[in-house]
Design a protein around this ligand. Structure first.
Ligand code: SER
Length: 615
Protein backbone atom coordinates (compact mmCIF):
# COMPACT_ATOMS: atom_id res chain seq x y z
CA UNK A 1 0.00 0.00 0.00
CA UNK A 2 2.72 2.44 0.99
CA UNK A 3 5.28 3.00 -1.70
CA UNK A 4 8.53 3.61 0.12
CA UNK A 5 10.42 6.78 -0.58
CA UNK A 6 13.54 5.18 0.84
CA UNK A 7 16.53 4.07 -1.14
CA UNK A 8 17.08 0.35 -1.53
CA UNK A 9 19.31 -1.28 1.05
CA UNK A 10 18.59 1.29 3.76
CA UNK A 11 18.44 -0.22 7.26
CA UNK A 12 14.94 -0.47 8.71
CA UNK A 13 14.14 1.86 11.58
CA UNK A 14 12.91 0.40 14.88
CA UNK A 15 10.44 1.92 17.36
CA UNK A 16 13.33 2.58 19.72
CA UNK A 17 15.38 4.36 17.06
CA UNK A 18 12.45 6.65 16.25
CA UNK A 19 12.00 7.45 19.95
CA UNK A 20 15.70 8.24 20.23
CA UNK A 21 15.52 10.59 17.26
CA UNK A 22 12.54 12.36 18.88
CA UNK A 23 14.37 12.67 22.18
CA UNK A 24 17.56 13.94 20.55
CA UNK A 25 15.75 16.47 18.38
CA UNK A 26 13.65 18.05 21.10
CA UNK A 27 16.48 17.94 23.66
CA UNK A 28 18.59 19.89 21.12
CA UNK A 29 15.81 22.46 20.89
CA UNK A 30 15.63 23.06 24.64
CA UNK A 31 12.78 20.73 25.62
CA UNK A 32 13.00 18.58 28.78
CA UNK A 33 11.96 14.94 28.96
CA UNK A 34 9.16 13.87 31.27
CA UNK A 35 7.99 10.33 31.89
CA UNK A 36 4.79 9.12 30.27
CA UNK A 37 1.78 8.44 32.47
CA UNK A 38 -0.16 5.30 33.22
CA UNK A 39 -2.59 4.02 30.57
CA UNK A 40 -5.35 4.40 33.16
CA UNK A 41 -5.87 8.02 34.18
CA UNK A 42 -5.53 8.75 37.85
CA UNK A 43 -8.22 10.88 39.44
CA UNK A 44 -9.92 11.67 36.18
CA UNK A 45 -13.47 10.46 35.83
CA UNK A 46 -13.90 11.93 32.36
CA UNK A 47 -12.26 9.11 30.40
CA UNK A 48 -11.50 5.42 30.84
CA UNK A 49 -8.03 5.51 29.32
CA UNK A 50 -5.27 7.97 28.57
CA UNK A 51 -6.09 8.88 24.98
CA UNK A 52 -3.29 11.31 24.18
CA UNK A 53 -0.07 12.59 25.67
CA UNK A 54 -1.74 15.87 26.56
CA UNK A 55 -4.41 14.21 28.62
CA UNK A 56 -2.57 13.95 31.94
CA UNK A 57 -1.10 17.42 31.35
CA UNK A 58 -4.40 19.30 31.38
CA UNK A 59 -3.70 21.16 34.65
CA UNK A 60 -0.47 22.50 33.13
CA UNK A 61 -2.18 23.42 29.88
CA UNK A 62 -4.60 25.42 32.01
CA UNK A 63 -1.81 27.41 33.63
CA UNK A 64 -0.35 25.39 36.49
CA UNK A 65 3.46 25.43 36.49
CA UNK A 66 5.11 22.20 35.40
CA UNK A 67 8.06 21.16 37.57
CA UNK A 68 10.15 20.35 34.47
CA UNK A 69 9.65 23.82 32.94
CA UNK A 70 7.63 25.14 30.02
CA UNK A 71 9.09 23.06 27.18
CA UNK A 72 8.63 19.34 27.63
CA UNK A 73 8.44 16.10 25.61
CA UNK A 74 7.65 12.45 26.21
CA UNK A 75 6.40 9.20 24.80
CA UNK A 76 2.93 8.25 26.02
CA UNK A 77 1.12 4.91 25.80
CA UNK A 78 -2.47 5.57 24.69
CA UNK A 79 -5.68 3.64 24.21
CA UNK A 80 -8.44 4.93 21.94
CA UNK A 81 -11.51 2.75 21.89
CA UNK A 82 -13.17 5.14 19.44
CA UNK A 83 -11.11 3.48 16.71
CA UNK A 84 -12.13 -0.08 17.60
CA UNK A 85 -14.29 -0.61 14.53
CA UNK A 86 -11.53 0.52 12.20
CA UNK A 87 -8.96 -1.89 13.63
CA UNK A 88 -8.08 -4.43 11.01
CA UNK A 89 -7.30 -1.91 8.26
CA UNK A 90 -3.69 -0.91 7.74
CA UNK A 91 -3.40 2.01 10.10
CA UNK A 92 -5.82 1.96 13.04
CA UNK A 93 -4.89 0.64 16.46
CA UNK A 94 -6.60 0.75 19.84
CA UNK A 95 -3.22 0.89 21.58
CA UNK A 96 -0.43 3.07 20.27
CA UNK A 97 2.51 5.06 21.49
CA UNK A 98 2.43 8.79 20.94
CA UNK A 99 5.52 10.94 20.74
CA UNK A 100 4.55 14.29 22.23
CA UNK A 101 5.94 17.69 23.04
CA UNK A 102 4.49 20.80 24.65
CA UNK A 103 5.26 24.45 24.82
CA UNK A 104 3.43 25.83 27.83
CA UNK A 105 2.32 29.45 28.06
CA UNK A 106 3.44 30.40 24.57
CA UNK A 107 2.04 29.72 21.11
CA UNK A 108 4.57 30.50 18.39
CA UNK A 109 3.04 28.61 15.45
CA UNK A 110 5.75 29.51 12.97
CA UNK A 111 8.46 28.19 15.26
CA UNK A 112 6.64 24.88 15.90
CA UNK A 113 5.83 24.31 12.24
CA UNK A 114 9.46 24.95 11.31
CA UNK A 115 10.54 22.41 13.94
CA UNK A 116 7.99 19.86 12.71
CA UNK A 117 9.16 20.32 9.13
CA UNK A 118 12.82 20.00 10.12
CA UNK A 119 12.19 16.78 12.06
CA UNK A 120 10.18 15.25 9.21
CA UNK A 121 12.52 16.13 6.36
CA UNK A 122 16.06 16.57 7.71
CA UNK A 123 18.26 13.61 6.67
CA UNK A 124 19.59 13.46 10.23
CA UNK A 125 16.07 12.76 11.50
CA UNK A 126 13.30 11.25 9.36
CA UNK A 127 14.53 12.34 5.95
CA UNK A 128 11.07 12.25 4.35
CA UNK A 129 10.61 13.76 0.91
CA UNK A 130 8.74 17.04 1.38
CA UNK A 131 6.82 16.34 -1.83
CA UNK A 132 5.25 13.31 -0.13
CA UNK A 133 3.96 15.48 2.73
CA UNK A 134 0.54 17.11 2.85
CA UNK A 135 -0.84 19.27 5.65
CA UNK A 136 -4.21 20.56 6.77
CA UNK A 137 -4.85 23.97 8.27
CA UNK A 138 -7.83 25.41 10.17
CA UNK A 139 -10.32 27.15 7.87
CA UNK A 140 -12.01 29.22 10.59
CA UNK A 141 -15.36 29.00 12.40
CA UNK A 142 -17.52 31.23 14.60
CA UNK A 143 -14.97 31.00 17.44
CA UNK A 144 -11.65 31.47 15.71
CA UNK A 145 -10.48 32.92 12.36
CA UNK A 146 -8.79 31.10 9.51
CA UNK A 147 -5.25 30.16 10.52
CA UNK A 148 -3.24 32.36 8.14
CA UNK A 149 -0.18 32.13 10.36
CA UNK A 150 0.03 28.32 10.08
CA UNK A 151 -0.69 28.49 6.35
CA UNK A 152 2.14 30.98 5.75
CA UNK A 153 4.55 28.93 7.84
CA UNK A 154 3.89 25.74 5.80
CA UNK A 155 4.18 27.71 2.56
CA UNK A 156 7.56 29.02 3.62
CA UNK A 157 8.65 25.44 4.29
CA UNK A 158 7.83 24.62 0.68
CA UNK A 159 4.86 22.32 1.34
CA UNK A 160 2.70 22.28 -1.77
CA UNK A 161 -0.34 20.28 -0.65
CA UNK A 162 -2.09 22.45 1.93
CA UNK A 163 -5.76 21.71 2.60
CA UNK A 164 -8.20 23.76 4.72
CA UNK A 165 -10.96 22.36 6.92
CA UNK A 166 -12.82 23.79 9.89
CA UNK A 167 -14.27 20.62 11.38
CA UNK A 168 -11.21 18.32 11.19
CA UNK A 169 -8.80 21.02 12.27
CA UNK A 170 -10.29 21.93 15.60
CA UNK A 171 -8.87 19.82 18.42
CA UNK A 172 -10.70 19.28 21.68
CA UNK A 173 -10.84 16.55 24.29
CA UNK A 174 -13.50 13.83 23.90
CA UNK A 175 -16.10 15.58 26.02
CA UNK A 176 -15.40 18.98 24.50
CA UNK A 177 -14.48 20.51 27.86
CA UNK A 178 -10.93 21.72 28.47
CA UNK A 179 -8.15 23.33 26.46
CA UNK A 180 -8.77 23.32 22.70
CA UNK A 181 -7.94 25.16 19.52
CA UNK A 182 -7.06 25.02 15.84
CA UNK A 183 -4.61 22.39 14.72
CA UNK A 184 -2.48 21.58 11.74
CA UNK A 185 -2.14 17.94 10.83
CA UNK A 186 0.66 16.36 8.85
CA UNK A 187 0.03 13.51 6.41
CA UNK A 188 2.19 11.19 4.37
CA UNK A 189 1.08 10.62 0.81
CA UNK A 190 1.14 6.82 0.43
CA UNK A 191 1.34 7.05 -3.33
CA UNK A 192 -2.12 5.55 -3.86
CA UNK A 193 -4.24 6.97 -6.67
CA UNK A 194 -6.58 9.81 -5.65
CA UNK A 195 -10.05 8.42 -4.99
CA UNK A 196 -11.66 11.27 -6.92
CA UNK A 197 -11.07 14.88 -7.75
CA UNK A 198 -11.99 15.95 -4.22
CA UNK A 199 -9.58 13.44 -2.64
CA UNK A 200 -8.01 15.02 0.42
CA UNK A 201 -6.66 14.05 3.85
CA UNK A 202 -10.24 14.31 5.13
CA UNK A 203 -11.40 11.27 3.19
CA UNK A 204 -10.48 7.84 4.37
CA UNK A 205 -9.54 6.24 1.07
CA UNK A 206 -6.05 5.58 2.40
CA UNK A 207 -4.09 7.91 0.15
CA UNK A 208 -3.14 10.24 2.99
CA UNK A 209 -1.99 8.84 6.33
CA UNK A 210 -1.98 11.17 9.32
CA UNK A 211 1.25 10.97 11.28
CA UNK A 212 1.55 14.15 13.36
CA UNK A 213 -0.63 16.87 14.75
CA UNK A 214 0.36 20.34 15.96
CA UNK A 215 -2.43 21.67 18.18
CA UNK A 216 -2.47 25.36 18.95
CA UNK A 217 -4.25 25.46 22.28
CA UNK A 218 -5.36 29.05 22.27
CA UNK A 219 -8.84 28.43 23.69
CA UNK A 220 -10.63 26.72 26.56
CA UNK A 221 -14.16 25.45 27.15
CA UNK A 222 -14.77 25.77 30.87
CA UNK A 223 -18.10 23.98 31.16
CA UNK A 224 -19.98 21.55 28.93
CA UNK A 225 -22.05 23.45 26.39
CA UNK A 226 -20.23 26.73 26.94
CA UNK A 227 -18.57 28.66 24.15
CA UNK A 228 -14.78 28.41 23.83
CA UNK A 229 -12.97 31.44 25.19
CA UNK A 230 -9.39 32.61 24.75
CA UNK A 231 -6.81 31.03 27.03
CA UNK A 232 -4.78 33.60 28.87
CA UNK A 233 -1.69 31.46 28.54
CA UNK A 234 -1.97 29.55 25.22
CA UNK A 235 0.09 26.43 24.54
CA UNK A 236 1.23 24.15 21.76
CA UNK A 237 0.53 20.43 22.03
CA UNK A 238 1.91 18.10 19.41
CA UNK A 239 1.59 14.36 19.02
CA UNK A 240 3.11 11.95 16.50
CA UNK A 241 1.85 8.39 16.06
CA UNK A 242 4.85 6.14 16.57
CA UNK A 243 3.65 2.99 14.80
CA UNK A 244 2.42 4.78 11.69
CA UNK A 245 5.60 6.77 11.33
CA UNK A 246 7.78 3.68 11.71
CA UNK A 247 5.65 1.87 9.10
CA UNK A 248 6.11 4.74 6.64
CA UNK A 249 9.84 4.96 7.21
CA UNK A 250 10.16 1.22 6.63
CA UNK A 251 7.98 1.27 3.56
CA UNK A 252 5.75 -1.31 5.24
CA UNK A 253 2.33 -1.99 3.79
CA UNK A 254 0.62 -1.46 7.17
CA UNK A 255 1.44 -0.77 10.82
CA UNK A 256 1.25 -4.55 11.34
CA UNK A 257 3.98 -5.25 8.85
CA UNK A 258 6.99 -4.00 10.74
CA UNK A 259 8.54 -4.30 14.19
CA UNK A 260 6.96 -6.04 17.13
CA UNK A 261 3.45 -6.20 15.64
CA UNK A 262 4.88 -8.10 12.69
CA UNK A 263 6.53 -10.58 15.06
CA UNK A 264 3.11 -11.27 16.59
CA UNK A 265 1.48 -11.64 13.15
CA UNK A 266 4.26 -14.08 12.19
CA UNK A 267 3.75 -16.08 15.38
CA UNK A 268 0.02 -16.41 14.71
CA UNK A 269 0.74 -17.30 11.09
CA UNK A 270 2.92 -20.21 12.18
CA UNK A 271 0.20 -21.57 14.44
CA UNK A 272 -3.10 -20.89 12.67
CA UNK A 273 -4.75 -22.99 9.99
CA UNK A 274 -5.93 -19.99 7.95
CA UNK A 275 -3.00 -17.79 6.86
CA UNK A 276 -2.49 -14.01 7.13
CA UNK A 277 -2.75 -13.53 3.36
CA UNK A 278 -5.75 -15.83 2.87
CA UNK A 279 -8.11 -12.98 2.01
CA UNK A 280 -9.27 -9.76 3.60
CA UNK A 281 -11.29 -11.35 6.42
CA UNK A 282 -8.34 -13.44 7.56
CA UNK A 283 -5.96 -10.46 7.49
CA UNK A 284 -8.46 -8.49 9.54
CA UNK A 285 -8.76 -11.24 12.16
CA UNK A 286 -4.98 -11.46 12.50
CA UNK A 287 -4.71 -7.73 13.01
CA UNK A 288 -7.53 -7.57 15.55
CA UNK A 289 -5.92 -10.32 17.64
CA UNK A 290 -2.55 -8.57 17.43
CA UNK A 291 -3.93 -5.16 18.38
CA UNK A 292 -6.38 -6.26 21.07
CA UNK A 293 -3.87 -8.46 22.87
CA UNK A 294 -1.39 -5.62 23.02
CA UNK A 295 -4.04 -3.34 24.56
CA UNK A 296 -5.02 -6.13 26.97
CA UNK A 297 -1.38 -6.67 27.99
CA UNK A 298 -1.05 -2.99 28.88
CA UNK A 299 -4.36 -2.77 30.73
CA UNK A 300 -3.83 -5.94 32.75
CA UNK A 301 -0.21 -4.99 33.38
CA UNK A 302 -1.05 -1.57 34.77
CA UNK A 303 -0.21 -1.05 38.43
CA UNK A 304 -3.86 -0.22 39.06
CA UNK A 305 -4.78 -3.88 38.58
CA UNK A 306 -7.77 -3.76 36.22
CA UNK A 307 -9.25 -7.19 35.45
CA UNK A 308 -12.05 -8.14 33.02
CA UNK A 309 -15.50 -7.14 34.30
CA UNK A 310 -18.78 -5.69 33.11
CA UNK A 311 -18.02 -2.05 33.89
CA UNK A 312 -15.55 0.68 32.99
CA UNK A 313 -12.06 -0.31 31.94
CA UNK A 314 -12.78 -3.93 32.87
CA UNK A 315 -15.59 -4.05 30.31
CA UNK A 316 -13.40 -2.73 27.52
CA UNK A 317 -10.73 -5.24 28.50
CA UNK A 318 -13.28 -8.06 28.38
CA UNK A 319 -14.39 -6.89 24.94
CA UNK A 320 -10.81 -6.87 23.65
CA UNK A 321 -10.14 -10.40 24.91
CA UNK A 322 -13.42 -11.88 23.69
CA UNK A 323 -13.07 -10.28 20.30
CA UNK A 324 -9.56 -11.73 20.05
CA UNK A 325 -10.97 -15.18 20.89
CA UNK A 326 -13.64 -14.86 18.22
CA UNK A 327 -11.08 -13.82 15.63
CA UNK A 328 -8.91 -16.76 16.66
CA UNK A 329 -11.80 -19.10 15.94
CA UNK A 330 -12.09 -17.56 12.47
CA UNK A 331 -8.51 -18.44 11.59
CA UNK A 332 -8.09 -21.67 13.50
CA UNK A 333 -5.73 -20.28 16.13
CA UNK A 334 -5.65 -21.75 19.62
CA UNK A 335 -6.44 -19.02 22.19
CA UNK A 336 -4.24 -20.71 24.79
CA UNK A 337 -1.32 -19.39 22.77
CA UNK A 338 -2.33 -15.85 23.83
CA UNK A 339 0.13 -16.32 26.69
CA UNK A 340 2.98 -16.59 24.17
CA UNK A 341 1.84 -13.36 22.54
CA UNK A 342 1.92 -11.64 25.94
CA UNK A 343 5.54 -12.80 26.21
CA UNK A 344 6.41 -11.21 22.88
CA UNK A 345 4.90 -7.92 24.06
CA UNK A 346 6.45 -7.97 27.52
CA UNK A 347 9.88 -8.76 26.03
CA UNK A 348 9.48 -5.82 23.65
CA UNK A 349 8.02 -3.22 26.00
CA UNK A 350 9.08 -4.37 29.47
CA UNK A 351 12.21 -2.26 29.43
CA UNK A 352 10.26 0.96 28.97
CA UNK A 353 7.16 -0.02 30.93
CA UNK A 354 8.16 -1.71 34.16
CA UNK A 355 4.55 -2.43 35.17
CA UNK A 356 3.99 -5.01 32.46
CA UNK A 357 7.34 -6.63 33.18
CA UNK A 358 6.54 -7.01 36.88
CA UNK A 359 3.05 -8.30 36.14
CA UNK A 360 3.96 -10.71 33.32
CA UNK A 361 2.50 -13.76 35.05
CA UNK A 362 -0.58 -11.91 36.29
CA UNK A 363 -1.33 -10.73 32.74
CA UNK A 364 -1.09 -14.26 31.36
CA UNK A 365 -3.14 -15.78 34.19
CA UNK A 366 -5.97 -13.27 33.95
CA UNK A 367 -6.02 -13.40 30.18
CA UNK A 368 -6.33 -17.19 30.10
CA UNK A 369 -8.93 -17.09 32.88
CA UNK A 370 -11.08 -14.81 30.74
CA UNK A 371 -10.53 -17.00 27.68
CA UNK A 372 -11.76 -20.01 29.71
CA UNK A 373 -14.73 -18.08 31.05
CA UNK A 374 -15.66 -17.01 27.54
CA UNK A 375 -15.33 -20.57 26.22
CA UNK A 376 -17.76 -21.62 28.93
CA UNK A 377 -20.15 -18.83 27.91
CA UNK A 378 -19.94 -20.05 24.33
CA UNK A 379 -20.84 -23.54 25.58
CA UNK A 380 -23.84 -22.08 27.40
CA UNK A 381 -24.64 -20.27 24.18
CA UNK A 382 -24.81 -23.58 22.35
CA UNK A 383 -27.41 -24.78 24.86
CA UNK A 384 -29.34 -21.54 24.42
CA UNK A 385 -29.12 -21.93 20.65
CA UNK A 386 -30.62 -25.42 20.90
CA UNK A 387 -33.42 -24.03 23.07
CA UNK A 388 -34.20 -21.39 20.43
CA UNK A 389 -34.42 -24.06 17.74
CA UNK A 390 -36.60 -26.34 19.93
CA UNK A 391 -38.89 -23.37 20.58
CA UNK A 392 -39.36 -22.75 16.88
CA UNK A 393 -39.85 -26.48 16.22
CA UNK A 394 -42.60 -26.60 18.89
CA UNK A 395 -44.20 -23.53 17.38
CA UNK A 396 -44.12 -25.19 13.97
CA UNK A 397 -45.75 -28.34 15.30
CA UNK A 398 -48.52 -26.32 16.91
CA UNK A 399 -48.94 -24.13 13.85
CA UNK A 400 -49.29 -27.14 11.56
CA UNK A 401 -52.57 -27.83 13.34
CA UNK A 402 -53.89 -24.32 12.80
CA UNK A 403 -52.55 -23.89 9.30
CA UNK A 404 -50.25 -21.02 10.31
CA UNK A 405 -46.99 -20.98 8.39
CA UNK A 406 -43.76 -20.72 10.42
CA UNK A 407 -40.46 -20.18 8.60
CA UNK A 408 -37.12 -21.69 9.62
CA UNK A 409 -35.81 -18.33 10.75
CA UNK A 410 -34.08 -17.35 13.96
CA UNK A 411 -35.35 -13.90 14.89
CA UNK A 412 -33.05 -10.88 15.15
CA UNK A 413 -33.99 -10.66 18.81
CA UNK A 414 -32.84 -14.22 19.56
CA UNK A 415 -29.64 -13.77 17.56
CA UNK A 416 -28.93 -10.55 19.44
CA UNK A 417 -29.53 -12.23 22.80
CA UNK A 418 -27.07 -14.96 21.83
CA UNK A 419 -24.59 -12.26 20.91
CA UNK A 420 -25.13 -9.95 23.85
CA UNK A 421 -25.59 -12.40 26.71
CA UNK A 422 -23.57 -15.38 25.49
CA UNK A 423 -20.99 -13.63 23.35
CA UNK A 424 -22.07 -15.55 20.24
CA UNK A 425 -20.88 -13.72 17.13
CA UNK A 426 -23.59 -13.47 14.46
CA UNK A 427 -21.44 -15.49 12.06
CA UNK A 428 -21.40 -18.38 14.53
CA UNK A 429 -25.17 -18.29 14.94
CA UNK A 430 -25.53 -18.27 11.15
CA UNK A 431 -23.16 -21.17 10.78
CA UNK A 432 -25.04 -23.31 13.31
CA UNK A 433 -28.38 -22.25 11.84
CA UNK A 434 -27.30 -23.39 8.40
CA UNK A 435 -26.38 -26.82 9.75
CA UNK A 436 -29.96 -27.16 11.00
CA UNK A 437 -31.54 -25.83 7.83
CA UNK A 438 -32.32 -22.45 9.38
CA UNK A 439 -31.66 -18.84 8.47
CA UNK A 440 -31.03 -15.83 10.72
CA UNK A 441 -32.91 -12.55 10.44
CA UNK A 442 -29.72 -10.56 9.87
CA UNK A 443 -31.52 -7.26 9.38
CA UNK A 444 -33.39 -7.68 12.66
CA UNK A 445 -30.11 -8.45 14.39
CA UNK A 446 -28.45 -5.41 12.88
CA UNK A 447 -31.30 -3.15 13.97
CA UNK A 448 -31.07 -4.41 17.55
CA UNK A 449 -27.30 -4.03 17.38
CA UNK A 450 -27.56 -0.41 16.23
CA UNK A 451 -30.09 0.39 18.91
CA UNK A 452 -27.80 -1.08 21.54
CA UNK A 453 -24.80 0.80 20.18
CA UNK A 454 -26.68 4.08 20.34
CA UNK A 455 -27.52 3.40 23.97
CA UNK A 456 -23.98 2.53 24.98
CA UNK A 457 -22.57 5.42 23.00
CA UNK A 458 -24.80 7.76 25.00
CA UNK A 459 -23.70 6.11 28.19
CA UNK A 460 -20.04 6.63 27.28
CA UNK A 461 -20.63 10.21 26.22
CA UNK A 462 -22.23 10.75 29.62
CA UNK A 463 -18.88 10.02 31.17
CA UNK A 464 -17.55 13.23 29.77
CA UNK A 465 -20.35 15.40 31.03
CA UNK A 466 -18.77 16.07 34.40
CA UNK A 467 -16.00 17.90 32.59
CA UNK A 468 -12.50 18.01 33.89
CA UNK A 469 -13.27 17.27 37.49
CA UNK A 470 -9.61 17.14 38.41
CA UNK A 471 -9.46 20.89 38.18
CA UNK A 472 -12.54 21.55 40.26
CA UNK A 473 -12.51 22.42 43.93
CA UNK A 474 -14.46 19.39 45.06
CA UNK A 475 -12.10 17.02 43.34
CA UNK A 476 -9.11 18.82 44.90
CA UNK A 477 -10.70 18.17 48.29
CA UNK A 478 -11.29 14.51 47.49
CA UNK A 479 -7.71 14.27 46.28
CA UNK A 480 -6.47 15.47 49.68
CA UNK A 481 -8.87 13.09 51.41
CA UNK A 482 -7.34 10.26 49.37
CA UNK A 483 -3.90 11.09 50.82
CA UNK A 484 -5.32 11.12 54.34
CA UNK A 485 -7.05 7.81 53.69
CA UNK A 486 -3.81 6.14 52.61
CA UNK A 487 -2.08 7.55 55.70
CA UNK A 488 -4.85 6.11 57.89
CA UNK A 489 -4.64 2.68 56.24
CA UNK A 490 -0.86 2.62 56.66
CA UNK A 491 -1.25 3.72 60.28
CA UNK A 492 -3.48 0.75 61.09
CA UNK A 493 -2.24 -1.96 58.73
CA UNK A 494 1.41 -1.02 58.23
CA UNK A 495 3.52 0.66 55.58
CA UNK A 496 3.19 -2.26 53.18
CA UNK A 497 -0.28 -1.03 52.29
CA UNK A 498 -0.03 0.77 48.96
CA UNK A 499 -2.34 2.42 46.51
CA UNK A 500 -3.51 0.01 43.82
CA UNK A 501 -5.89 2.37 42.13
CA UNK A 502 -7.60 5.70 42.56
CA UNK A 503 -10.48 7.38 40.83
CA UNK A 504 -12.26 10.58 41.72
CA UNK A 505 -15.57 11.87 40.44
CA UNK A 506 -17.07 15.18 41.59
CA UNK A 507 -19.13 13.19 44.11
CA UNK A 508 -16.85 10.59 45.65
CA UNK A 509 -13.41 9.07 45.85
CA UNK A 510 -12.61 5.46 45.11
CA UNK A 511 -9.45 3.91 46.43
CA UNK A 512 -8.00 0.42 45.90
CA UNK A 513 -5.30 -0.99 48.20
CA UNK A 514 -3.81 -4.31 49.21
CA UNK A 515 -5.27 -5.98 52.30
CA UNK A 516 -5.85 -9.65 53.00
CA UNK A 517 -9.25 -9.37 54.71
CA UNK A 518 -12.58 -7.58 54.64
CA UNK A 519 -12.48 -4.56 56.96
CA UNK A 520 -14.68 -4.88 60.02
CA UNK A 521 -17.14 -2.14 61.02
CA UNK A 522 -14.72 -1.15 63.83
CA UNK A 523 -11.80 -0.91 61.43
CA UNK A 524 -13.83 1.27 59.06
CA UNK A 525 -14.81 3.55 61.96
CA UNK A 526 -11.19 3.82 63.11
CA UNK A 527 -10.03 4.81 59.62
CA UNK A 528 -12.81 7.43 59.36
CA UNK A 529 -11.89 8.84 62.76
CA UNK A 530 -8.23 9.08 61.80
CA UNK A 531 -9.10 11.11 58.68
CA UNK A 532 -11.67 13.28 60.52
CA UNK A 533 -9.13 14.03 63.26
CA UNK A 534 -6.73 15.35 60.63
CA UNK A 535 -9.56 17.45 59.19
CA UNK A 536 -10.41 18.89 62.63
CA UNK A 537 -6.78 19.76 63.26
CA UNK A 538 -6.97 22.22 60.33
CA UNK A 539 -3.58 21.22 58.91
CA UNK A 540 -2.20 23.29 56.01
CA UNK A 541 -1.39 21.31 52.86
CA UNK A 542 2.00 22.30 51.47
CA UNK A 543 3.75 21.53 48.20
CA UNK A 544 7.45 21.37 47.39
CA UNK A 545 9.13 20.67 44.06
CA UNK A 546 12.22 18.45 44.28
CA UNK A 547 14.03 15.73 42.39
CA UNK A 548 12.59 12.22 42.51
CA UNK A 549 15.66 11.06 44.46
CA UNK A 550 15.23 13.83 47.07
CA UNK A 551 11.56 12.98 47.33
CA UNK A 552 12.31 9.31 47.97
CA UNK A 553 15.00 10.21 50.53
CA UNK A 554 12.58 12.49 52.34
CA UNK A 555 10.30 9.48 52.83
CA UNK A 556 7.61 10.72 50.47
CA UNK A 557 5.23 8.02 49.39
CA UNK A 558 4.70 7.32 45.70
CA UNK A 559 3.45 4.13 44.15
CA UNK A 560 3.62 4.76 40.44
CA UNK A 561 7.19 5.85 40.21
CA UNK A 562 7.68 5.31 36.50
CA UNK A 563 5.31 8.09 35.63
CA UNK A 564 7.27 10.82 37.33
CA UNK A 565 9.70 13.16 35.68
CA UNK A 566 13.00 14.10 37.19
CA UNK A 567 11.40 16.86 39.24
CA UNK A 568 8.31 16.01 41.22
CA UNK A 569 5.81 17.71 43.46
CA UNK A 570 5.64 16.48 47.03
CA UNK A 571 2.46 17.30 48.93
CA UNK A 572 2.69 17.24 52.74
CA UNK A 573 -0.18 17.31 55.21
CA UNK A 574 1.68 18.20 58.41
CA UNK A 575 3.24 15.06 59.85
CA UNK A 576 0.32 12.94 58.71
CA UNK A 577 1.06 12.42 55.04
CA UNK A 578 3.78 13.03 52.50
CA UNK A 579 3.16 11.91 48.93
CA UNK A 580 4.55 12.49 45.49
CA UNK A 581 1.59 13.74 43.47
CA UNK A 582 0.61 16.03 40.63
CA UNK A 583 -2.15 17.72 42.62
CA UNK A 584 -4.32 19.77 42.79
CA UNK A 585 -5.12 19.76 46.50
CA UNK A 586 -7.01 21.64 49.20
CA UNK A 587 -5.02 24.36 50.93
CA UNK A 588 -6.02 23.25 54.39
CA UNK A 589 -7.62 20.03 55.66
CA UNK A 590 -10.45 22.07 57.21
CA UNK A 591 -11.92 22.59 53.72
CA UNK A 592 -12.79 18.86 53.69
CA UNK A 593 -15.46 19.23 56.46
CA UNK A 594 -16.23 15.57 57.15
CA UNK A 595 -15.06 12.22 55.70
CA UNK A 596 -17.32 9.18 55.42
CA UNK A 597 -16.72 5.70 53.97
CA UNK A 598 -19.81 4.60 52.07
CA UNK A 599 -18.59 1.23 50.84
CA UNK A 600 -15.82 -1.28 51.49
CA UNK A 601 -15.67 -4.23 49.11
CA UNK A 602 -13.37 -6.60 47.29
CA UNK A 603 -11.89 -5.26 44.07
CA UNK A 604 -9.91 -8.33 43.04
CA UNK A 605 -7.98 -11.00 44.86
CA UNK A 606 -6.10 -9.41 47.81
CA UNK A 607 -7.25 -5.93 46.81
CA UNK A 608 -9.94 -4.01 48.73
CA UNK A 609 -11.86 -1.02 47.43
CA UNK A 610 -13.15 1.89 49.47
CA UNK A 611 -15.65 4.45 48.25
CA UNK A 612 -15.89 7.57 50.38
CA UNK A 613 -17.49 11.02 50.31
CA UNK A 614 -16.98 14.38 51.95
CA UNK A 615 -20.19 15.69 53.51
N1 SER B 1 -3.58 16.10 21.38
C1 SER B 1 -3.26 15.94 20.00
C2 SER B 1 -3.71 14.62 19.44
O1 SER B 1 -4.08 13.75 20.16
C3 SER B 1 -1.79 16.13 19.78
O2 SER B 1 -1.06 15.52 20.77
O3 SER B 1 -3.69 14.47 18.26
Amino acid sequence: MIKSSLKKGKIMITDRQLKEKWFKFFEKHGFKKIEGFSIIPENDPTVLFTTAGMHPLVPYLLGEKHPAGDKIYDVQRCIRTSDIDSVGDGSHLTFFEMLGNWTLGKCDKKEMIKLSFEFLTSPEYLGLDKNRLAVTVFAGNDVAPKDEEAFQAWKECGIKEIFFTSQDNWWALGGGVGPCGPDSEMFYDTGKEKCGKDCSPSCDCGKYLEIWNDVFMQYVVKKAGERAQKLERPNIDTGMGLERTVAILNGAKSVYDSGCLKRVIDFINQNATVKYDDGEAATRSYRIITDHLRSSTFILGDARGVVPSNVGQGYILRRFIRRAVNCSRNIGFNSDLFADIVDIYVDEYGQDYQDIKQNRQFIKDELLKEVAKFSKAIEEGHKEFNKVISGIERHKEFASKTGEKVENVISGKSAFRLYDTFGFPLELTEELAKERGYQVDREGFENMFKEHQEKSRQATAGMFKGGLADTSKQSAHLHTATHLLLAALQHFYGKNVVQKGSNITPERLRFDFNLDHKMTAEEIKAVENFVNDAIKKEIPVTCQVMSLEQAKESGAHGTFTNKYGEEVKVYSIGEVSKEICGGPHAENTKELHHFKIIKEESSSSGIRRIKAVLD
